[in-house]
Design a protein around this ligand. Structure first.
Ligand code: C2E
Ligand code: MG
Ligand code: MG
Length: 634
């Protein structure tokens, strides 16, 4: 029986004086009690379990809630970071959905493209037509739309030029979610300044700073492109190579600023001579080139070149005085003369060179004949090189006599080139080539050495009163070693400077006066004297006679030929002698071929004479023999 019931029954019986007996009813009640007890226990247990489970769940939920809140926090942070980045970037970012509606734009987008950013959050798609109107290259937008229609998931990039002058580089990426296209992100970067710098650098690389003209680089690429575009070679092209004559003189006399100014003025003048579409370029220094692409006849080219010659001949007013230049031009034609850019320019250059040789201030068309001439020149140059090495250069000495005494007082050393077969080439032919080929220095040293040997030979025979005149080209004057070389040779042969006269020509006055004067003074310091050769034929300037240390003046032969019959020549020759005498210079008349001319110079108090009438140039041995004879008749 259920304990509680038993206890209650026993209590009740005891209290009532009844005897306790286990009756079936009671047993049933007891059972019920026990069952109830069991149920309650089971309920308790179940309640206990439920409450435990609930507690656990609550705990789990709490943890999950915490995690969620942390995640939310992190998400919030990421979002703010993303938004900040979105706005902080220098690029415009536009996020569009599949319908072309602007979902989001960043700060930059709102600032730089407000017309587009205003669509943000609207139900309305961005109007492509409006964007079209904003572009300088609207066709590009049409291309973009077309390619997106064909391949919606494509990555795109390119450049958009806006009508407001800005240039944007764009990148466009598809926005995918679970591999489904949900929109597109556009990043646009303002590259206007970058492009400007790029353009500037490009311009610098292809243009000449001084004149603003295209440069050699530009030209070569341009000609190359034209030639490549014309595989049939049915298009003609003309190239005019222009080189200014005597430009260096302006630089030397008036400085580089004046030179630069002249180049700019010359550029303007030449520009007026070319047609629209022709390209005038500067190759460097005083070299220009005109590239003519559009059809032009030979006579058209001739006219253009003549106009350029005329316009450049006009005076250039620099530093308050007029300068005069001219130009030499060479023309080559594609495809007739050459089919590659370098070759075409080279051939025009060759023709220009010919124009220079023909006396400057003219133009020449390239021809094969001209090339043969150039080749001949090259061969001549090489032969001259060999001649120098093989000692084929010798000297002759032409006596110069004192007019008063009739005695030989000096000699002029004249270079001779005797070839292996005995042919003698005159200096008028090989000296200019030697000057151009940079061989004049070697010839000069050779002549000087031979002269020194002759002077010491005479000295050994007791003849010590002859001076020798040596011709010196203007180019030799530029050699910084000139003075040292001369001095060394003089010491080597124990020769006094007084025995040497250097003949310089007026062309030297075109060079930098300061440096010419410095060299002359250094040579004077070692006793050497100077004569101006061919006086009156070149750039005669009395200021040079006054400023430079000169002792002799040689009247050019051209003033003396027929001097007695020609009034003008008579006047010029007399005046030159007068000027020389008044300046205390010894005047030497060269090229005396007859008695009349000799009489003329005698009566005009010329100091010395030289010419075939008295003596031809002689071999060193013949001259030595003549000297001995001359002394014997003293
Ligand atoms: P230049 O200095 O005026 O020399 C005088 C030239 O006149 C020489 O010609 C001489 O032979 C020539 N000559 C002399 N008397 C007469 C005459 O009565 N009638 C005629 N028709 N001619 C006469 P060459 O020897 O042919 O020399 C020509 C030029 O070559 C020289 O002119 C000089 O400028 C240059 N030259 C000669 N040797 C040298 C040299 O060693 N170095 C340099 N740099 N130039 C030289
Ligand atoms: Mg001379
Ligand atoms: Mg002369």
């Amino acid at each position: 029986m259920h304990k509680l019931l038993l206890r209650q029954l026993q209590q009740h019986c005891e209290n009532a004086g009844l005897e306790y007996s286990q009756q079936p009813l009671l047993q049933a009640i007891s059972n019920t009690y026990e069952e109830h007890e069991l149920d309650r226990k089971a309920l308790d247990e179940s309640l206990f379990l439920t409450s435990k489970e609930l507690n656990e769940r609550t705990q789990l939920l709490r943890t999950q809630l915490q995690t969620l809140s942390q995640i939310q926090d992190q998400l919030q942070k990421s979002l703010t970071a993303l938004n900040a980045t979105f706005d902080a970037t220098g690029e415009i970012i536009l996020s569009l959905d599949n319908l072309g509606r602007l979902v989001k734009s960043n700060k930059m987008g709102k600032e730089l493209l407000p017309e587009i950013a205003k669509y943000e959050g609207r139900q309305q798609a961005i109007s492509w037509q409006n964007v079209h109107k904003m572009l300088l290259n609207p066709w590009h937008l049409t291309e973009i739309v077309d390619s997106l229609q064909k391949q919606p998931k494509i990555n795109l990039k390119g450049t958009l030029h806006f009508t407001n002058g800005r240039i944007f580089e764009y990148h466009s990426l598809p926005q995918l979610q679970n591999n489904l296209l949900i929109g597109r992100v556009w990043c646009l970067r303002d590259v206007t300044e970058e492009k400007k710098i790029e353009e500037f650098i490009h311009h610098q690389a292809y243009h000449d700073l001084l004149t603003g003209l295209p440069n050699r680089h530009f030209l070569l690429e341009k000609i190359d492109a034209i030639i490549k575009d014309n595989p049939e070679k049915d298009k003609k092209l003309a190239v005019i190579f222009i080189d200014l004559d005597n430009f260096k003189k302006v630089n030397d006399t008036d400085g580089h600023e004046a030179g630069d100014k002249l180049l700019r003025i010359a550029t303007k003048r030449m520009r007026n001579c070319v047609r629209d579409g022709d390209i005038l370029a500067r190759l460097g220094g005083d070299e220009f080139l005109i590239l003519i692409e559009s059809p032009i006849s030979q006579s058209g080219l001739t006219r253009m070149c003549s106009n350029i010659l005329d316009t450049l001949k006009k005076p250039f007013l620099l530093n308050n005085h007029n300068h005069f230049i001219s130009c030499s031009m060479g023309i080559s034609i594609y495809p007739r003369d050459d089919t590659v850019p370098d070759g075409l320019i080279g051939k025009a250059d060759m023709a220009m060179y010919r124009a220079k040789k023909l006396g400057k201030n003219n133009f020449q068309f390239y021809s094969e004949e001209l090339e043969r001439l150039a080749l001949h020149q090259l061969e001549f140059e090489n032969n001259l090189r060999v001649a120098i090495n093989k000692q084929q250069i010798s000297i002759q000495l032409q006596p110069e006599i004192n007019i008063t005494t009739g005695k030989i007082v000096a000699a002029e050393a004249l270079a001779r080139w005797t070839m292996a077969d005995g042919t003698v080439i005159p200096p008028t032919q090989f000296i200019p080539v030697a000057e151009q080929a940079n061989l004049i220095g070697e010839i000069g040293r050779l002549v000087f050495d031979k002269v020194c040997k002759e002077i010491s030979r005479w000295k050994r025979h007791g003849i010590n009163d002859i001076t020798v005149a040596i011709n010196l080209s203007a180019r030799e004057f530029k050699d910084s070693e000139l003075v040292n070389n001369i001095h060394r040779k003089m010491l080597e042969h124990a020769i006094d400077g007084e025995k040497i006269v250097l003949e310089i020509t007026e062309s030297l006055f075109m060079e930098d006066k300061e440096s010419v004067l410095r060299t002359m003074n250094q040579l004077r310091d070692i006793g050497i004297r100077f004569a101006i050769d061919d006086f009156g034929t070149g750039y005669s300037s009395f200021s040079y006679l006054q400023d430079l240390p000169i002792d002799y003046l040689k009247i050019d032969r051209s003033f003396l030929i027929g001097v007695t019959e020609n009034k003008k020549k008579y006047a010029i020759a007399r005046s030159i002698i007068d000027i020389g005498n008044h300046l205390d210079l010894k005047v030497i008349a060269e090229g005396i071929e007859d008695q009349e001319t000799l009489d003329f110079i005698i009566s005009n108090q010329c100091a010395m004479a030289q010419g075939f009438f008295m003596h031809n140039p002689l071999s060193t041995d013949d001259f030595f023999a003549l000297l001995i004879k001359d002394r014997a008749t003293k």
